[in-house]
Design a protein around this ligand. Sequence first.
Ligand SMILES: NC(=O)c1ccc[n+]([C@@H]2O[C@H](COP(=O)([O-])OP(=O)(O)OC[C@H]3O[C@@H](n4cnc5c(N)ncnc54)[C@H](O)[C@@H]3O)[C@@H](O)[C@H]2O)c1
Length: 410
Amino acid sequence: MAIVESTLTADVTTFRVEAYEKIDYTLQYVDGVFDPANTQLADVYRPWGRCLMVIDDVVDDLYGERARAYFAAHDIELTVYRLVVDETTKAWTTVEGIIDAFTEFGLVRKEQPLIVGGGLATDVAGFACASFRRATPYVRIPTTLIGLIDASVSIKVGVNHRKYKNRLGAYHASSTVLLDFGFLATLPVDQVRNGMAEIIKITTVGDRHTFDLMDAHGEALLETHFGHVDGEQHAASAELRAAAHEITYRSIQRMLELEVPNLHELDLDRVIAFGHTWSPTLELAPEVPFFHGHAINIDMALSTTLAEQRGHIDATERDRVLSLMSRLGLSLDSPHLTPELLERATAAILQTRDGRLRAAVPAPIGTCVFLDDVSTDELVSALDKHRTLVAELPRGGAGVQAFVDEGLPA
Ligand SMILES: NC(=O)c1ccc[n+]([C@@H]2O[C@H](COP(=O)([O-])OP(=O)(O)OC[C@H]3O[C@@H](n4cnc5c(N)ncnc54)[C@H](O)[C@@H]3O)[C@@H](O)[C@H]2O)c1
């Protein structure tokens, strides 16, 4: 729909334009996306007879051979661009390298690059697609838990700018997302944990039933990579796999329900911004950045304590949330979480959220309320209370493998 009105009088000459763009994309489950018997991926590229795949280098080491064999089996010529990126190089310069690869490949208008990797790869390469000729369509295959249940469900892409998380970016949906949870088999356990923080996010403020499932199966899901490998304590049973499917399916569904009416975030009261009020400043504050999941978890944990202090949830519910986080090895606190940082982070998020805090907190588990009027004094008193609570928990609320370099292979 588009409206163009023109006004022409003695003193006013104006054209007014109102137009809406359709956003249309598909998330499709595939069991074995690089299995030649599954044609979903080949179907996209057959019309061009070729494909430019931008793939996270670690994922290429693990799955590149399978991908090459897949395209060869379907007689589609494959060009591979190995993307080396971490949180500190999630930056515009990395986007430029991808854009150079598009140019070298001779990407034709409407031809869709394939992006394979975690949230980092899809955010950075997705932003390259948003920027290249202003909007280049693309296909995503997420390979991390964060990618599968969050980053590739969303239409947001972008990069960091200096110490500012995702400061440059775009709303640019991929035409197709192929969801293959089999990738979780090789995902390091610290990355599985990282993704579980996003599931805690959506369930704590959006879906009580799925929170209960996480509470019941959390440790087993972590150890077995959501039912994809046997662990020492837990086997990857069919029952566990079913719970994993229910949790991830419902998380995606709930996120879409909450986000789709507001894809361009015109309404800044966003339920799934739970954990994203102070964490954008916290995540990049240490010399070596936090894992995204740990940074948001610290924010969620503090927000939950604040919610109890405000009377939105009772102490038992608060402790259930904190206990689940702690049992999964997520960070609930950090020496970097200082009153000074909270004040700085509040000032930063007020700019992003049009002058209002809009801090999403559980009220109670499975539902959400937004807090606008949280003073620095109240925040500092919540932090004090939070510290006494987490002191009782294992590791004093510190996370397991909370920082990016602790997760890298030796
Ligand atoms: N766009 C969004 O809405 C959105 C939502 C959430 C997070 N994010 C962004 O996502 C980023 C984090 O993404 P992530 O957590 O997926 O991390 P990531 O992309 O850095 O991947 C984590 C690590 O796992 C490796 N890896 C990926 N898939 C693997 C597999 N199947 N097996 C073995 N190793 C594998 C990667 O090489 C990397 O070393 C952050 O920058 C965050 O801002 C974006």
